[in-house]
Design a protein around this ligand. Structure first.
Ligand code: UD1
Ligand code: UDP
Length: 359
């Protein structure tokens, strides 16, 4: 039986790992490593409980600090795990520092790497995530790309071997859990009715760490015609306090919520505003228009369909985008597969689907 060491550490990785972990464990030995990057119960434990993700076999307890130090500490600790577990495959997700550390540690030990969400680019190298993605893709053996566009991007960079278009694993997660999300107490618990509020998330370093950008974002939110529910990422909470920015009266900040509550809050909102990668896709799957609070996106297909609009951080642009999009109803072609990504990836990694069929 093959051994797979899976490295996760941040909120979106717990969500992505849940469906694939279940598929892999049916036929392989999976060793789960949590780097500790996200550690608040509401940023970590809640997802393990709600999604039935197994308890980590190794918890490295590494978080915070500058990027180099954080990634370096993870690299050293993951290397030790890999040396003791001696896996056949190291599996990493997405684009965080935990992703890069896992990939680098495995590459140095000549352990083949599988990268879920390969081939995405923002072409903005000031984003730590874009650096993490490019480096991870270039040391990976299996590049599990969500779309044809991501496959083409890898080809442009000279990567053609080991590339499989498998769809988006987050779509698997939604299909599995969206019915359970209907039991969430939100939005009623906030005294809000479905369709009469906006849901917002902000955590991207480029937005939170620049006081002028963060202030502009909150100016834009305060101008909207409906209440805005904003589950606050700890990074954003910290920066708002540090820069002395007060959210406007219509902005309801709450603690980060679990996955089921988050799906419900998105699905019942009139429009989602976000700088998250995952939330842009979820809004699309849940048939809710999305205004992206960034200047570029990796998920360009959602913009091409008309369901997502890039507004950056300009208050006028945010207000205009929400006004233009709220209530949007356009065609919704399947952009990132059919929600069977976990089965396809497990098939590729365990050698049960020939490469031709997987692509
Ligand atoms: C990270 C990822 C980002 C991803 C996001 C998902 C990198 C470079 N960034 O950003 O790509 O979109 O996760 O949410 O890997 N903190 C807490 N409690 C927690 C988690 C974080 O207090 O549970 C604090 C940290 O100590 C740190 C700050 O929040 O001071 C930022 O956390 P960090 O994991 O470094 O980056 P994120 O902004 O979460
Ligand atoms: N999410 C959540 N609770 C929240 C905010 C987000 O469960 O309070 C979920 C969201 O539904 C999505 C994932 O976290 O599945 C996205 O993670 P995040 O925005 O932190 O990171 P990104 O996708 O930008 O890397």
């Amino acid at each position: 039986m093959r051994t797979i060491v899976t490295v996760v550490g941040a909120r979106p990785q717990f969500i992505k790992a849940a469906p694939l972990s279940a598929a892999l464990r049916a036929r392989a030995r999976e060793v789960l490593v949590h780097t500790g990057q996200h550690f608040d119960p509401g940023m970590s434990d809640v997802f393990f409980t709600e999604l039935g993700l197994p308890r980590p076999d190794h918890h490295l307890g590494i978080s915070g600090g500058p990027h180099g130090r954080q990634t370096g500490a993870m690299l050293a600790a993951i290397e030790e795990v890999l040396e003791s577990e001696r896996p056949d495959i190291a599996l990493v997700y997405g684009d965080t520092n935990s992703t890069l550390a896992g990939a680098l540690a495995a590459a140095k030990l000549h352990i083949p790497i599988a990268h879920v969400e390969a081939g995405l680019r923002s072409f903005n190298r000031a984003m730590p995530e874009d650096v993490n993605r490019v480096l991870t893709d270039h040391v990976s053996t299996w590049l599990l790309a969500p779309s044809e566009a991501s496959r083409l991007q890898l080809e442009r960079e000279g990567i053609t071997r080991g590339v499989h278009v498998v769809g988006d694993i987050m779509y698997d997660a939604i299909l599995r859990h969206r019915e359970r999300a209907a039991a969430s107490p939100f939005p009623a618990a906030l005294g809000l009715e479905p369709g009469r509020y906006y849901l917002c998330t902000i955590h991207r370093a480029e937005n939170t760490d620049d006081p002028a950008r963060l202030r502009r974002l909150f100016t834009g939110l305060a101008r909207l015609d409906r209440p805005v529910v904003l589950p606050l990422h700890p990074r954003t909470r910290g920066r708002l306090a540090e820069f002395g920015i007060e959210p406007g009266a219509g902005v309801r900040t709450i603690d980060p919520v679990g996955y089921l509550d988050m799906l419900r809050l998105q699905q019942a909102s009139a429009c989602v505003l976000t700088d998250s990668g995952g939330v842009q896709k979820e809004a699309y799957y849940l048939e809710v228009p999305c205004v992206t609070l960034r200047d570029e996106t990796e998920w360009t297909e959602t913009v091409e369909t008309g369901w997502n609009r890039l507004a950056g951080t300009d208050p006028d642009a945010i207000e205009a985008a929400v006004r233009g999009l709220a209530g949007y109803r356009g065609a919704r072609p399947p952009l990132y597969g059919r929600g069977d990504s976990a089965r396809r990836i497990a098939g590729v990694l365990l050698g049960e689907i020939p490469a031709r069929e997987a692509a």
